[in-house]
Ligand binder design. Sequence first.
Ligand code: PLP
Length: 466
Amino acid sequence: LKPRSNAAPTTMQGIDPSHNQPMGSWSNEQIGASVKENVMLTWAPSKMKNNLPIITHGEGVYLWDSNGKKYLDWTSQAVCTNGGHTVSENIKSAVAEQLDRTPFVYGGMAMCEVRARLSNIISSVLPEGLTGCAFPSSGSEANEAAITMARRYTGKTKIINWYRSYHGGTTNSLEATGDFRRWYIQPPPGFVKAHNPNPYFFEFAGATEEEKTEMSLLMLEEQILYEGADHVACIMLESIPGAAGVLTLPEGYMQGVRALCDKYGILLHLDEVMVGFGRTGNMWGFQHYDGVVPDIVTSAKGLSSSITPISMVAVSDKMMEFFEENPMGWGSTFQAHPVAMAAAYANIKEMLSNDVIGHVQEMAPIFEAHMKECASSHPSIKQYRAAGLFGALDIVSPDGTQPHHFNAPRTEATAAYAKAFNEVGLIGLFRPPVIHIAPPLIINEAEIKEGFEKQHQALDVLDKAL
Ligand code: PLP
């Protein structure tokens, strides 16, 4: 073989010999240099990578960085490390057991016991008439699959979504998303945006809870009629919009959406990627709305507590029947990955055995009392919302009004807050004007207290800086 000008090493010869040293032996400088040279961030200007902490390990609700600094994981990373950072022996051995059997069989070619068991246990924790049937690798892909399923099943194309929403980063789930992130792509057709029943707008009119629900549903029905019910496949909503700021819904609203879907022959898809598996004190966010059962449910994050990348789609019996005879026509190599499913299966069993949802219900009033105190004791905070261990604080607008939740620009004040937030020993998501608070579901009362003490210190900085 002739030497090629585009050749690169094909054995360990020619590779930096420090790769032969055990994990944990690279210095901060060595890690930083490789990050600077090789790593790309995707949602943010990539140079921001150089300011991120290098996390070495975690335990319970805590993480440590390579300088020995300890952080309380105040938003469960991206609201996904629901079980915290200590992986139980049961989960470790379930993963190891699957690795021993085989790390992988392709889901379109072979079945395995863990897939049968995972579908079965998920179907058992869903209301009757829903089956947990497909396991892609991310929330985005679960929504991509669900959008395709809704279109195939109904033979219609339009999907109605809220502006204040996030459904993922793949083409269709990004276009289903309402926020600024969808601007990055060439939009695919067929997505129609509706306004959320946002309490902020109705405050101007001094509307009661009932009026907020009634007005929002009237607007949604009008939109369905203008778009043509015969063209609308699905209304696809987050049960509680999470990234948009834990926008809890007015009483009776979701029941009204269900009724509109039934009236016009439209599917209801509730995206539970963030709230599914206990975040809000119920197994599913939609269980806050008495009587509401969606036709499609997607979830991810809490499914495996993010130990492995895995998501799920659940559909109604009628859809299950339809796809027995018709191909759905979407997939990926890694869907129904046996090792990912083994972690998810063990995680769900552990969640149920330890009554994690009972624990969230116990912690919820304590959490909410702290949230309320943040809102009442800091002039920089206008409002709080909380459901279970899922909370948001709204930073007041410069004119003192309720903020719009619309991708407020970072200012010197919010930058000072973000810096203080890490300095006091918290790590978490921050997208102004919303401060999300969503610790691992295993957090105890003392740790909640500790987190809010730190949160107050960071808010003191914000109060002064605003
Ligand atoms: N849907 C919701 C409600 C989400 O919050 C997210 C992520 O935050 C997604 C979908 C996308 O999930 P993933 O990032 O796993 O693709």
